[in-house]
Design a protein around this ligand. Sequence first.
Ligand code: ZN
Length: 420
Amino acid sequence: MTITNINPDKNILEIDGARLWDTLEASGEIGKLRDTGLRRLPLSDADRQMRDLFCTWARNAGCTVTIDQVGNIFARRPGTDDSLPAIATGSHLDSQMCGGKYDGVLGVMSGLEVVRTLNDRGLETKRPIEVVVWTNEEGARYTPPMQGSLAFIGDLTLDEVLASQDADGLTFGDELRRIGYDGDRPLGESKFDQYYELHIEQGPALEAMGIDIGIVVDSFKSHGLKIEVTGRTAHVGPTPMDERQNALVGAAHLVVAVDGIGWQHHPQGGKATTSQISCFPNLPGIISERANLTVDFRHPDPAIADQMLGKVKAAMAAAADKANVEMKIVDSWSFGENPFAEKCVQHLSDTADAMDVSYMEIRSQAGHDAYAIGKIAPMGMIFTPCTGGISHNVEESIELEKTLPGVNLLLNAMVTAANR
Ligand SMILES: [Zn+2]
């Protein structure tokens, strides 16, 4: 193992890239899908296995590991003044249904690598360092996404989270207990002086520009809706067209309308998507009595994202009318409104300047746990390139050489913040 200073004159630290890669590879074996991908749904057996491995690694690195009531994991390396709030980093270890190996995982393993690098060099920091694994960031099994971090900051109640159900009716609370991660630490107990999250970009900008570090300066405001359509089952043969209440048809009208709203806002980068649809009884010969949709829309201008919400609601009314069905929003969430702290953005930029590495300012279009933490502590994010901008796909991939600059920025930014 070689640990070198990138710039000895300025005492710039460098992580062990090979070791970081080993942790990513080990993670990629747990819940592996189609050779290159990952299916590691939250609170599944694979999630438990990965959590166990992370906790072992963190304890072996001298961290104290605690678990809170929704299964968020906190690995803490003490500071010389341990009464001070921590400089924290973190991300998630759960994946999408057909996800990649680096989304979320890279951020967690980079945090672990920060701790290991400090250990290698025998360095202490004034403030503690904390690495956090947030439960259920992706929302692939339980909604809303970012459930762990939202519960941590009090935007979701413990009861709400524990009662949420997956598609098979299994509750979050039961599954959390089953995998042994129903911790006893009260929500929100860790206090963060600053929080930094490193994440793959999940878009093509860094690769296209040939720059390996993105310092995130802004986000897209995003809205998510779960919509239920209620009609009436009937025989597809004898039931006249004008007497039908076909929930699936109501849903179909809405799907097309939502896509149209996305196209209206496309010139400014707006997007609208129906990502999920199911109907009941979903059988040949029967008109559907129920359909459920998940709709997502995003815009760089928060005010316009809110206007899009109004357009979707109007589209729901029109679609319900057209199909003679009822339509209502049964769950909703939003995120991404100015979550970044100027002082963290500045600290990341200053650190990158001191390291003599190039970076670009970038805007995040996806949701991240960091957005939630940005509501309770100064927060900044670092993006690293992913090949072709592909994510939420088994083809997701990264190159170590293009990733190291961002991880080294995380390391040096955290250490200087922790020692001030
Ligand atoms: Zn992620």
